[in-house]
Ligand binder design. Structure first.
Ligand SMILES: *Cc1c(COP(=O)(O)O)cnc(C)c1O
Length: 402
């Protein structure tokens, strides 16, 4: 058994944390690869021509995605805004500097209602930031072709399509068809695939531009990756002279993202999968035999090649609900953050994507400890409204003295 290395936490004084919730901004996203860290360190004390560095990124992105071109942004969210802004301004520098004033430009962005998600901020705000108007299509759980077509008009600058576990997973128009409908009206399709493994499929299915997160599955620095048709990518890049300035990405993140993309090509995907599956088995066994709890691996909802351990609780049998179980993990030492955003459906999930050495075993020990507590005195019930609003409350309470 490998022991976890806590030296960073001891030296910095920051509290120890184990992340089994996924690539979460609130926990620092993901574990960056050693080659990413080395690339970032090597460029930090040096000057480089930034256009040349972004051209190097473009070539790397093209190689991996099959796109004509690409560039690195500060985040996927920034990539969405800059790409949409480019669809409005084209290569017109006057228009770039005028945003978010869109006078004289096509300024509507069409999106299926079930895709209007929140990834820590409302997706629709990443559209409105550019000055564009959001045009939602259809109803939350049903969108039909005619509704998409009816929404596309002479003012439509772009259509935005989201691939994510955050969106409604049925009743939406699939990407291939969505792109056909949009292209029939000459409207470009921008795809937010921030949290997806597949670096080629969305472009193959008709996306003009696709946006990925550099810091999710790619294990790079906090960054976004824009990939697509050369004209669209160049127009998005131009926004660095405008609204993109406040979303500036540094040389270290660009070079780190290039390193992450290169590492993706030679990554031992099967080996990583096997390690993740071993962790799931370990945890599943730790839950086994506890009455009212069923733990089993579930495939990722958007077909990313990974499973998570879904732990379903029958509160009538256990006497505690999924929120309370998540709370018990949060009180563990070290703190263990589980995936609890669907806890009202009576389950939590344990995500094996971001385990450092020794973490899987510590989670196994924690499961056993928590179940022992549950059998003994139990643990406090969760305040469900507090748990539901934890994201907002974290920001509200930050820096406050009470
Ligand atoms: C994470 C995520 C984002 C935001 O990505 P950042 O790089 O953190 O800005 C946008 N869209 C989806 C679907 C996401 O999962």
């Amino acid at each position: 058994m490998t022991l976890a290395d806590w030296s960073f936490y001891d030296e910095s004084g920051l509290p120890r944390v184990i992340n089994v919730s996924g690539t979460m901004t609130g926990l620092g996203a993901s574990i960056a690869l050693p080659e990413v860290a080395a690339a970032m360190t090597s460029i930090l004390p040096r000057f480089v021509g930034m256009h040349g560095l972004q051209l190097m990124a473009s070539e790397t992105i093209a190689d991996l995605t099959g796109a004509e071109a690409g560039f690195i942004t500060a985040s996927a969210s920034a990539g969405i805004s800059l790409s949409l802004a480019g669809c409005m301004t084209g290569m017109d520098l006057g228009a770039v500097e005028a945003l978010p004033d869109t006078t004289g430009l096509k300024n509507e962005v069409v999106i299926q209602l079930g895709h209007l998600c929140n990834y820590g901020a409302p997706l629709e705000q990443s559209i409105r930031l550019t000055g564009a108007k959001v045009v939602p299509v259809g109803q939350s759980t049903q969108v039909q072709d005619h509704q998409v077509t009816a929404a596309l008009n002479a003012q439509t600058a772009a259509a935005l399509y989201v691939v994510s576990h955050h969106v409604v997973e049925y009743g939406q128009v699939p990407l291939k068809r969505f792109a056909e409908l949009c292209h029939a009206k000459g409207v470009p399709v921008i795809v937010d695939a921030a949290s997806e493994y597949d670096l080629r499929g969305f472009l193959e299915d008709g996306a003009d531009v696709v946006i990925y997160s550099g810091h999710k599955f790619l294990s790079g620095p906090t960054s976004g990756i824009v990939a697509g048709l050369s004209d669209r990518v160049r127009a998005g890049y131009l926004q660095n002279m405008g609204i993109g300035r406040g979303m500036k990405v540094g040389k270290e993140s660009i070079y780190g993202a290039i390193a992450a993309l290169k590492a993706w090509k030679t990554r031992d995907h099967a080996g990583i999968r096997a390690r993740e599956d071993a962790a799931l088995t370990l945890w599943q066994q730790a839950f086994a035999g506890f009455e009212g709890i069923e733990a089993r691996p579930m495939p990722d909802p958007t077909s990313n090649p990974l499973d998570r351990l879904r732990v379903t609780i029958d509160a009538g049998v256990t006497g505690f609900d999924a929120f309370a179980l998540a709370g018990a993990f949060g009180r563990n030492t070290p703190r263990i953050v589980v995936r609890d955003h669907e806890a009202e459906l009576n389950y939590i999930a344990l995500d094996p994507c971001n385990l450092a050495a020794g973490h899987a075993e510590l989670v196994e020990t924690a499961i056993k400890d928590i179940l022992r507590q549950a059998r003994g005195n139990g643990f406090p019930p969760a305040d469900i409204n507090k748990a539901r609003n934890a994201g907002a409350n974290g920001y509200l309470q930050w820096g406050s003295h009470d």
